[in-house]
Write a protein that binds this ligand. Structure first.
Ligand SMILES: Nc1ncnc2c1ncn2[C@@H]1O[C@H](COP(=O)(O)OP(=O)(O)OP(=O)(O)O)[C@@H](O)[C@H]1O
Ligand SMILES: [Mg+2]
Length: 500
């Protein structure tokens, strides 16, 4: 089985780039970076390398050159436009002047091809481009059309590539499903049948957890019916997230079936490159976490080059899949995937350090935390208490920083009006037990209390001022039993130690 995929793209003086080189891996490639850094421009450059008509859609100079390196049927090729190819005509007027093959610098025995030769030499390198604008509106149905031959289809995909990226495109999901409905029982449509079954049996993997998303059937009224959370619904009744995912998936299946010969149209083995601008568009965060694995299950051999603004999508990526673009002062970039994965990073950390989002420091949460730590440093108990109350209004009930601050507050309070205070925490800052020695009212000089915290501590130690006989009481019981029962042990104060 041969795998066709793009290894690297290079461009000089195209759009806002002085020079750019990006290495891709065979599977998933997520391009992340701040707004306007050039993510979509990388995809546009790949599209220009596959056709000869889209030069009005980007800015070039007399020195511009652009190409990509790819593997095609086990052959190493380089394809694009060499220096001097483009005739500069001004804003949206640039055209192709010469068919100069790309430079052989660093080509290492690659076959050099000009973009127009992809068609004349019948090379199946026709990536599918899906723009950030998804056409998911209702479309009227057409009759079934005669299938075009594979070379014609590949060429159509190449010619449409730049505009698909800019204006958006996408298969009409409804038309696609209905076409399947008419051909599925024909002997010659065995690959389409297998693909359709593979797609429908894995739909649940593409949807959010527990949604139980299924394709049911298409009835006489030509309306495809789905099931969601146990209820039937028509295609148009699905939310834009479902429609967006269905548009992407059916577009890829259709592209594989149109661009390959009979016998190599199986979506489980077919290869090629799918390029999607803003894969996360329209998707709920949980979906953004799932879509990578869902696409991999349905199209295990396809290369994906996608841009994203979603920290959840970045968190779903594996090692060597995230390409981080950081604005360079001289507009020169040499990019490849980070060897790490970001699955253990918080959303804020990814937004700030991977996607270059500025201004998170001004978020109310961060401001309130800074304020609380200032109050803590000042040992101002009342102000700290007030800060924590304000912080708790904007945080999750399990927020670790709030817990730590509450603990520190307890410690401060204990120290302020008592002689001894010890607070024992585990490494995550969860309080296991606290120990305070209080000034006494009257007879007894001090008391010692060790409390279980929210039932987490295994045991508790309570030492109280005694009335009569014992000087101190000691309780050592599982936390939940403490309220009902107290075992009293007499201990001299000096012997009393709390251990966790
Ligand atoms: N058709 C074009 N011709 C010339 N320059 C362009 C063109 N489109 C965009 N640019 C410039 O290229 C730079 C990068 O734009 P691009 O759209 O690639 O960024 P991006 O990272 O995709 O941003 P976003 O996150 O907002 O989608 C910008 O400075 C922009 O002005
Ligand atoms: Mg963009």
């Amino acid at each position: 089985m041969s795998g066709n995929y793009i290894e690297r793209v290079y461009a000089k003086e195209v759009r806002a780039f002085k020079e750019i080189s990006v290495e891709f891996s065979k599977g998933f490639n997520f391009i992340a970076g701040e707004n306007g850094v050039g993510k979509t421009s990388i995809l546009a450059i790949i599209s220009h390398c596959t056709n000869i008509r889209s030069f009005t859609e980007s800015k070039f100079t007399e020195n511009s050159e652009l190409h990509f390196d790819a593997i095609h049927n086990n052959e190493r090729i380089r394809c694009g436009h060499g220096e001097g190819s483009i005739k500069i005509g001004g804003y949206r007027e640039d055209t192709l002047r010469l068919h100069n093959t790309p430079s052989d610098k660093g080509a290492e025995n690659r076959r050099l091809l000009h973009a127009y030769e992809l068609e004349s030499k019948k090379i199946n390198l026709s990536p599918l481009f899906i723009g950030a604008v998804r056409s998911i509106s209702y479309l009227g149905l057409e009759g079934i059309k005669k299938e075009n031959n594979k070379v014609h289809c590949q060429n159509q995909y190449r010619q449409a590539s730049t505009m698909s990226l800019i204006n958006g495109s996408g298969t009409s999901v409804k038309q696609w499903i209905i076409n399947r409905y008419f051909i599925i029982d024909k002997g010659w449509a065995w690959e389409e049948k297998n693909n359709f079954e593979h797609f429908t049996s894995r739909l649940a993997k593409l949807a959010p957890f527990d949604s139980d998303f299924k394709y049911v059937d298409t009835g006489r009224d030509m309306e495809p019916v789905f099931e969601l959370h146990g209820k039937k619904c028509y295609l148009e009744q699905l939310s834009s997230g479902f429609q967006s995912v269905l548009t992407i998936v059916t577009s890829i299946i259709e592209w594989i079936e149109k661009c390959n010969d009979e016998g190599s149209r199986d979506i489980r083995t077919a290869s090629g490159t799918v390029i999607i601008d803003e894969l996360d568009a329209h998707l709920h965060p949980e979906w953004q976490l799932r879509i990578r694995d869902g696409l991999e299950v349905i199209f295990p051999n396809v290369q994906f080059i996608v841009t994203t603004h979603s920290p959840h999508l970045i968190a779903s990526a594996k090692e060597n899949e995230v390409i981080v673009m950081r604005k360079s002062d001289d507009d020169t970039y040499d990019l490849k995937a980070e060897s790490k994965s970001y699955s253990g990073w918080t959303t804020d950390q990814i937004l700030k350090d991977v996607m270059g989002v500025k201004g998170l420091d001004n978020k109310l949460y961060a401001v309130l935390i800074d304020d609380a730590f200032d109050k803590l440093a000042d040992k101002d108990i009342r102000a700290l208490e007030e800060s924590i109350v304000n912080l708790e209004k904007v945080t999750h009930p399990d927020d670790t920083i709030c817990m730590v601050l509450r603990t520190k507050l307890a410690g401060l309070k204990a120290v302020s009006d008592e002689d001894i205070a010890t607070v024992m925490m585990d490494t995550r800052g969860v309080v296991k037990s606290s120990l305070a020695a209080r000034p006494t009212r009257g007879r007894v000089k001090s008391s010692l209390v060790a409390r279980p915290t929210r039932g987490r501590a295994k045991s508790s130690l309570v030492a109280r001022p005694t009335r009569g006989r014992a000087r101190f009481d000691l309780t050592d019981k599982p936390a939940k039993e403490i309220e009902d029962e107290t075992t009293e042990v007499t201990k001299p104060f000096d012997d009393l130690k709390v251990t966790d």
